[in-house]
Design a protein around this ligand. Structure first.
Ligand SMILES: Nc1ncnc2c1ncn2[C@@H]1O[C@H](COP(=O)(O)OP(=O)(O)OP(=O)(O)O)[C@@H](O)[C@H]1O
Length: 233
């Protein structure tokens, strides 16, 4: 479970996240939606301790990220797939992450197979396509077999096969009882993937609701645009 409580982040005069509270529950895919600059990535970064809140807190399994013992075993995250050492080979990258979290070497190999990268495991990351890098990022997120998974724009740049693969993966992880939190701008994709939705604009909560409620009278895109019109940058 992820609990965000009165979370606030200011960068100078910019309030990126403004007294935001919501809960992401296990067993569901929860979509995190909002216009550009709404504070989605900043919120995700604070959940995994990459940014320090100005106020409030974000808890994973009841604890702040920095208080988790072996954090990769609690929460896996795909933030920026480009934020890896490009000179490193795919398998070495995963082994290094595994070693730093007390995870066996075998798991790295198994996961590369699972995400379809077995054949390129000795290639340097810079030689991988965007979709392959995205899959490698997913493998890294799954490494510690965590109960909580967060994906920031996971289908960016993926081909239709990759998009479906990510969708099936996220739905499967939720079916296993995990907490899956995913940001996206693609409403049609979110409508197929998410069970629950958290919508933010200008750092504030706009709506937290089951997908079913939001799409009862039309498309997710219509409902989203109604709720956020005029609240972008
Ligand atoms: N490191 C930073 N320094 C200064 N301002 C920042 C920083 N990171 C984010 N911001 C600002 O905080 C606000 C929220 O940005 P954030 O990236 O969290 O939004 P987002 O919802 O993820 O947007 P997008 O959908 O465009 O990715 C924006 O105004 C952004 O310019």
């Amino acid at each position: 479970m992820i609990e965000v409580r009165n979370l606030t982040k200011r960068y100078g005069d910019t309030t990126a996240v403004d007294d935001l509270s919501f809960t992401v529950h296990p067993g569901l895919v929860t979509g995190f939606l909002g216009p550009n600059g709404a504070g989605k990535s900043t919120t995700m970064r604070m959940i995994v301790g990459l940014d320090r809140p100005t106020g409030g807190e974000a808890l994973v399994d009841g604890k702040r990220y920095q208080d988790l013992d072996r954090p990769l075993r609690h929460v896996g995250v795909l933030l920026d797939p480009a934020a890896v050492h490009h000179g490193r080979r795919a398998l070495d990258h995963l082994r290094w992450l595994a070693a730093s979290n007390g995870i066996g070497r075998r798991r790295a190999e198994d996961l590369l197979e699972q995400v379809g990268l077995g054949g390129v495991r000795h290639k340097r990351i810079r030689a991988l396509s965007l979709g392959m890098k995205q899959r490698l990022g997913v493998a890294a997120a799954l490494l510690g077999d965590p109960g909580v998974l967060m994906f920031d724009e996971p289908v960016n740049g993926l081909d239709p096969e990759g998009v479906r693969w990510i969708r099936d993966l996220m739905r499967g992880l939720a079916r296993e009882g995990r907490t899956v939190f995913v940001s996206s701008h693609l409403m049609s994709e979110m409508a197929l993937t998410a069970d629950h939705v958290v919508i933010v604009a200008r750092g504030q909560l706009v709506q937290e609701t089951p997908m079913e409620t939001l799409t009862r009278n039309g498309s997710l895109e219509d409902a989203y645009l109604d709720l956020t019109s005029g609240r972008g940058l």
